[in-house]
Design a protein around this ligand. Structure first.
Ligand code: KIV
Ligand code: ZN
Length: 514
């Protein structure tokens, strides 16, 4: 493998280890159900991620099932499960991940004085013993074992080097030195990895990994500094989601290497034109939008507002654009189909947008397309993507909307009459509320017999224009404190919002049953 720290070496191939489904998903408001995780995992595989960390198998039965299902589903990348350095954790992780084409066990144990004394209540000698013993234990199951020294960047470097040498001798094939609390800086992280390689020379024979959190906003810069210092794997998440301020954003690391390949002497296997779709899918699933000025995937990342910039870009895009929108998969909204288009043409378009739907999903998506094409003058790729992406992460529809009637105005209290279908039966309730949406949501609460708390509500237009579809997002919390997001699409924003609320309720039913 090329070592880009050596003069004259070729380009190093940096392995992308995506932890959106584990470190990303474990942060508040980012939880995904099984279907959503599978859909996200398939997209990560499609974009060329090398290793997908599917979850922390022992943490809950739900996590176990999702790690196992991701492991069964993906064929073209390594699938990892996280485990603490303990036998029961490793047993459970292996049970979940062993069905993968290329499984990996990822075990971790903290090595910093703070973590050893206050969290683990273990002496350094005990930590060393456990790290080595558990690596050997994991190795009995799996050839591919990653060891992470949690809080590595705040560890004593000589002790860390001893642990690293110990776990490599025990069989670790990747060693990850995380900046767990996002404390380091680029210069320091660069020196840290060079020193680690010097003090633990066996690192140079295996894969070395960086895992940088973003508490000081330096996650990506620290990952790039680690790459400069010779790491061969970086751990990151789509949109930078993750604990607290998040993890290093994959799209930013990948595009920094893509645009400044000569500078870093490194490249990745990521298909960069899949970046936007991955980011959009995650946003759709979690309901959490990235900030508009976020690098690479923010709404404004390729927008040129100032006249002088627009003029320059029109003359030659390179004046103000360091990468093309197409390189990250941003397409011009193009007119595709109309109300006379048939199912075949619709299916072909869906395929060319990169989606694989089951027959049943295609039929439902096509019905939705027809309804939309009737209401909307022009149907764009973005409209189709919004319909299809929602369809692919659809949970069973315990409730569906039959109809709604709303009476609202600025001098009366809003009243909503909502009729839902459940098991082929109509259920109708009336409620009054503070505006049409509040009244509608209360009527749905009456139907399901629970008081749900509306945690968040957002409404966006899918495309531009007066007849644009509204894309509503609701986040609800039930009495047990569990949070569910739902999305709804319609050219009528009240209808979109009601659909979104019902979608969240259906997810709640689905999760409670599984
Ligand atoms: O941040 C961290 O240290 C982790 C480890 C479990 C790899 O997420
Ligand atoms: Zn982490």
């Amino acid at each position: 493998m090329a070592d880009q720290t050596k003069p004259g070496a070729g380009f190093a191939n940096i392995r992308i280890f995506d932890t959106t489904l584990r470190d990303g998903e474990q942060s508040p408001g980012m939880s995904m159900n099984l279907k959503e995780k599978i859909e996200m995992a398939k997209q990560l595989e499609r974009m060329g991620v090398d290793i997908i960390e599917a979850g922390f198998a022992i943490s809950s039965p739900g996590d176990f099932i999702s790690v196992r299902t991701v492991a069964e589903t993906l064929k073209n990348c390594t699938v990892a499960s996280l485990a603490r350095a303990s036998a029961p954790d490793i047993d459970r992780a292996w049970e979940a991940v062993k069905v993968a084409e290329d499984p990996r066990l990822h075990i971790f144990l903290a090595t910093s004085p703070l973590h050893m004394e206050y969290k683990l209540r273990m002496t350094p000698d005990q930590v060393y013993e456990q790290a080595v013993e558990m690596t050997k234990y994991a190795k009995k199951y799996c050839a591919n074992v990653e060891f992470s020294a949690e809080d590595a960047t705040r560890s004593d470097i000589d002790f860390l080097a001893k642990v690293v040498e110990g776990v490599i001798a025990a069989g670790a094939t990747t060693v990850n030195l995380p900046d767990t609390v996002g404390y380091t800086t680029p210069e320091e992280n660069y020196r840290f990895f060079l020193t680690a390689r010097e003090k633990a020379p066996s690192l140079n024979k295996i894969a070395i990994s960086a895992h940088c959190h973003n508490d000081l906003g330096l996650g990506v810069a620290n990952s790039l500094a680690a790459i400069r210092a010779g790491v061969t794997q970086v751990e990151c998440t789509i949109n930078g989601i993750g604990e607290r301020a998040g993890n290093a954003a994959m799209e930013e690391i990948v595009m920094a290497l893509y645009v400044r390949k000569e500078e870093y002497r490194a490249e990745t296997n990521i298909i960069t034109s899949e970046i936007t779709r991955s980011s959009d899918l995650l946003t759709r699933i979690t309901g959490v939008k990235v900030q508009p000025n976020k690098a690479i995937v923010g709404e404004n990342a390729f927008a040129h507002e100032a006249g002088i910039h627009q003029h320059g870009v029109m003359q030659n895009a390179l004046t103000y654009e360091i990468m093309t929108p197409a390189s990250v998969g941003l397409k011009e909204s193009n007119l595709v189909l109309g109300k006379h288009s048939g199912k075949h043409a619709f299916g072909e378009r869906v395929k060319s947008l990169g989606y694989t739907l089951t027959d049943a999903e295609l039929i439902t998506a096509f019905e939705k397309f027809k309804v939309l094409a009737d209401k909307k003058k022009q149907v764009y790729d973005k409209d189709i993507e919004a319909i299809v992406a929602k369809e692919t992460v659809q949970v069973p529809k315990t409730f569906t909307l039959r109809n709604f009637v709303i009476n609202s105005g600025n001098t009366i209290t809003a009243t909503a009459v909502i009729t839902l279908m459940k098991d082929n039966k109509q259920i109708e309730r009336v409620a009054r509320g503070d505006g049409p949406l509040d009244a509608s949501f209360k009527a749905i609460d009456k139907i399901i017999g629970t008081d749900l708390c509306l945690e968040d509500f957002k409404l966006n237009a899918v495309t531009e224009g007066e007849d644009a579809m509204g894309d509503a997002l609701v986040i609800i919390k039930n009495e047990s404190g569990n949070v569910y997001s739902g999305r709804g699409l319609s050219t009528d924003i009240v209808e979109a919002s009601i659909h979104a609320y019902i979608n969240a309720v259906n997810k709640m039913y689905y999760e409670e049953k599984s």
